[in-house]
Design a protein. Structure first.
Length: 202
């Protein structure tokens, strides 16, 4: 068996293939905080509570905040109410960052929303993680500053290659953690290629 994407807590696998979620959160946050000039307020909208990807990404974001003492996390959107308030991976309509932000009662410069308290227009810089087609389209349109690339396609390529090598009794690397990349306005073009048209690396 090949363990791809989410690391299993138990079991014996040929290899693990996945992203470095901590560094992905760290580098994506660093990109945002540099854009903010190291000053301002941010709101963090978490993913699924308790999942390893969420824990590591938030930890990376928090470490980026420690590097920028002029930036304050106004609140964690995942902790504002008893109702589901996480991003809910793959459920883009489940979270309403503007409402969460208003509940914070503070101005925000980095967020998942473009409206401030009372519904007044603001100019937030918005980032995310996963590098989905929708995220790349939003980056191209100027609606999203950046997205950390989780690169599920490459994980699938590498995992399949390793499975084949294992069946052939060829050597495999047991730990395959992909380097993080941040998709921005400057480098989004390759990410516009439809998944079905992409080619696995050799």
């Amino acid at each position: 068996m090949v363990n791809i994407s989410d690391r299993s807590a138990a079991g014996k696998f040929v290899p693990f293939v996945g992203a470095d979620d901590y560094t992905l959160g760290l580098e994506t946050a660093r990109f945002l905080l540099k854009k903010l000039g190291g000053k301002g307020n941010v709101v963090i909208v978490e993913g699924v509570k308790g999942s390893l990807t969420n824990v590591d990404r938030v930890r990376g974001f928090n470490d980026a905040l420690k590097e920028n003492p002029g930036v304050k996390a106004a609140c964690f959107a995942g902790k504002l109410s008893a109702t589901p308030s996480t991003a809910g991976y793959g459920e883009p309509h489940r979270v309403t960052p503007a409402d969460r932000w208003c509940a914070c009662g503070e101005r925000c410069d980095g967020d998942g929303s473009n409206r401030g308290p009372g519904g007044r227009q603001s100019h937030c810089q918005v980032i995310g993680i996963n590098g989905t087609k929708e995220a790349v389209d939003a980056i191209k349109a100027g609606k999203l500053l950046a997205s950390g690339d989780y690169n599920g396609f490459l994980q699938g390529c590498v995992g399949t290659m390793i499975a084949i090598r294992s069946l052939r009794n060829e050597p495999v690397v047991p730990e395959n953690v992909l380097k993080p990349a941040v998709v921005t306005k400057a480098n989004y073009q390759p990410y516009k290629t439809p998944v079905e048209s992409r080619v696995c690396p050799t």
